[in-house]
Design a protein around this ligand. Structure first.
Ligand code: CDP
Length: 215
């Protein structure tokens, strides 16, 4: 589908709701860059652990943040992130340690402020489909293209298990939804899609259909 650029599509939702898969496909169809904002929180969490800093030691985490350089780029239509000189791979970002600590790190307002700045920079350079927790509600509240992809807790647990990843998603959801700084909420004007009983093609078709209607 050809769309007039620049365009920003925001896709939010809880852990393992299928939003990454959908966002990637939507980005490819629209000719936008796919950006997983969770990857940025994961990358910084990895860096905190790499520096032997206890994630609950907020003062040290913020001090590290102040002397850390992020480089957010793009390769084959997918956002890339380099933190402290290391280009992140999926293996590092989805490690059990990172899964266990990322929500704690992402609840620190200073961390969010910095990474939201990086997320907005992306969109100032190119059209994006960005997925996360607060993309429609906080990062790009002015975009008309907002989606919230949900699925039942059972379906989400099963999807993560099927990927062979050790991930306490219920725990992450609890922290992400109850934190003070930009909690996971459904933006007022977001289209909510429950993907529990839908295949990826169907969810992608609904997202694209809704964008087309509003163009
Ligand atoms: O693996 P999953 O898709 O569930 O999560 P993710 O998108 O990789 O995000 C990992 C974690 O980063 C989330 O559990 C949140 O704690 C945090 N996050 C956030 O706070 N805000 C975002 N926009 C994206 C992720």
């Amino acid at each position: 589908m050809s769309v007039e650029h620049p365009i920003i599509v925001a896709i939010d939702g809880p852990a393992a709701s299928g939003k990454s898969t959908v966002a990637k496909r939507v980005a490819a169809e629209l000719g936008c860059v796919f950006v997983n904002s969770g990857g940025m929180y994961r990358a910084f969490t990895w860096w905190v652990l790499q520096n032997d800093i206890e994630p609950s030691d907020t003062v040290s985490v913020i001090e590290l943040l102040g002397r850390t350089e992020f480089l957010c780029g793009e390769e084959d239509g997918v956002g890339t992130i380099t933190v402290g000189g290391t280009r992140m791979t999926r293996k590092e970002m989805a490690s059990t340690q990172v899964n266990g600590q990322v929500s704690m790190i992402a609840s620190i307002p200073e961390v969010r402020e910095r990474l939201v700045g990086e997320q907005r920079l992306y969109a100032s350079r190119t059209s994006v489909v960005m997925e996360g927790r607060d993309i429609g509600s906080v990062v790009f509240p002015e975009t008309p293209f907002k989606f919230y992809i949900d699925a039942s807790p059972e379906v989400r647990e099963a999807r993560r298990r099927a990927e062979g990843i050790d991930d306490a998603i219920a725990e992450r959801d609890k922290i992400d939804s109850s934190r003070k700084a930009s909690p996971l909420v459904i933006a007022e004007d977001a289209l909510v899609i429950d993907s529990s009983d839908l295949g990826v093609d169907e969810v992608v078709a609904r997202v694209i259909g809704s964008i087309r209607e509003r163009l």
